[in-house]
Design a protein around this ligand. Structure first.
Ligand SMILES: C[S@@+](CC[C@H](N)C(=O)[O-])C[C@H]1O[C@@H](n2cnc3c(N)ncnc32)[C@H](O)[C@@H]1O
Length: 390
């Protein structure tokens, strides 16, 4: 395995084991074409709207208002690994409770409720079974839905949503208000939560990476740096699909450490240089493209400009900066990104999803041209020439 380069001083921290279950050196499966996804989502919205027209409004609202219950139900079922247990076959609540050391009555009632929203199913004998959706909660799958459920239900995240009045009143996030520090400092202080978040982010990235890999001409690039690249889900996919690429993975220390087992599992550790650093201070020079996926939405305009300026300082004229983000238009009435936007409003300091046909930072000198490459209507990939970053 290659050595990690350090850019500047970083704190050393205690490291834990990192789970690379289900990760192989094969490319991740190609994504379903964007038009198909778009049509299926449209169809789903259409039928939900249709049902909402006939079901009494108070019943619809009751169901919508129980989102908090669903978050905690799925978080708990993920933590208690109930889907893993049921992969051995149907079980009743008594048997499940005995296996996991829980209360039989509560197990039955919680799983029965989960069945009513389509996750898990109950057979005629009152036994619970996995279905297509609950199978996604089984441990060790590349998409990491289990960790998604655990992250969303975590105390620090759930408490942030309880600050919605503060968020509404001030426009500031709820995470720092309730937890006393911002999300990234929290993860530094709580490595277990950071691990769940990193696993979840890796899963999200594994489902997005094939689209990014396919729809941008990475064959035009020789040396690519993934800035804030997390555990290396994207850069490893690009290294596998583009054998000519020289790759650099740039992130904070704990994250880079956790990336190494993943790069080994994907058999690209000799092709991906790992660099520890802070993108507010210095980004590794010497690459001809810098990609930032799902980074900009974490930060306010001022910090985004600083990060882009650091990319500019690292780049030479003609190099590229590629931003991969979900785009949410101000009046978009049907974009799942709107819920993700509320999530970053709740947990990130000044974060937000940006609109498409306007500069990301209206008050700044940074402007984005119309993207020449789009992989879905919801997630364009922007190219920005460094000369446009003052
Ligand atoms: C939302 S995650 C996105 C990770 C990855 N790009 C992906 O799409 O899976 C944001 C990443 O930015 C990293 N990050 C946050 N602050 C940073 C900093 N000051 N310097 C370098 N990386 C940072 C985090 O560690 C995290 O991996």
């Amino acid at each position: 395995m290659n050595d990690t380069t350090l850019l500047g001083e970083v704190a050393s921290e205690e490291l834990t084991d990192f789970d690379v279950q289900g990760i192989t050196d094969k490319p991740m499966p190609n994504a379903v074409p964007g038009v198909v996804i778009g049509f299926v989502l449209w169809l789903r919205r259409f039928f939900i709207k249709l049902a909402d027209l006939v079901v009494p409004a108070d019943a619809v609202l009751f169901e919508r208002c129980t989102g908090i219950a669903q978050t905690q139900i799925f978080g708990a079922l993920a933590r208690w690994e109930i889907a893993d247990l049921l992969s051995k076959g149907p079980m009743n609540a008594k048997a499940i409770a005995e296996h996991v050391g829980a209360n039989e009555d509560a197990v039955h009632r919680i799983l029965r409720a989960a069945c009513t929203v389509g996750v898990f199913k109950m057979n005629g004998a009152g036994e619970f079974e996995n279905n297509r959706l609950s199978k996604a909660l089984i441990s060790g799958q590349a998409t990491r839905a289990k960790e998604f459920a655990e992250y969303f239900a975590s105390q620090s995240n759930s408490k942030s949503y309880l600050e919605i009045d503060h968020i509404l009143k001030t426009g500031a996030d709820g995470f720092e208000h309730t937890n006393g520090m911002d999300l990234w400092d929290w993860f530094d202080a709580h490595p277990e939560e950071r691990e769940t978040f990193a696993q979840m982010m890796m899963g999200v990235t594994f489902s997005e990476a094939p689209m990014v890999a396919k729809l941008y001409p990475f064959n035009e690039i020789k040396r690519l740096c993934d800035v804030g690249g997390g555990r290396g889900g994207l850069i490893s996919e690009l290294a596998i699909r583009y054998p000519h690429l020289e790759c650099v993975l740039f992130d904070c220390e704990g994250v880079i450490e956790s990336a190494k087992p993943l790069l080994e599992a994907r058999n690209v550790s000799d092709r991906v240089e790992t660099v520890v650093g802070n993108f507010y201070e210095k980004i590794v020079p010497g690459c001809d493209a810098y990609i930032l996926k799902n980074v900009m939405h974490d930060w306010d305009d001022g910090r985004c400009i600083t990060i882009l300026k650091k990319c500019h300082e690292a780049a030479k004229p003609g190099d590229r900066v590629l931003l991969v983000e979900i785009i949410v238009e101000p009046n978009d009435r049907a974009n799942f990104g709107s819920l993700r936007d509320v999530h970053v409003l709740t947990v990130c300091t000044g974060g937000g999803y940006r609109k498409y046909k306007a500069p990301i930072c209206p008050s700044s000198e940074v402007s984005y041209p119309k993207p020449p490459h789009s992989f879905t209507a919801q997630a364009p990939i922007f190219t920005v020439g460094p000369t446009q970053i003052a």
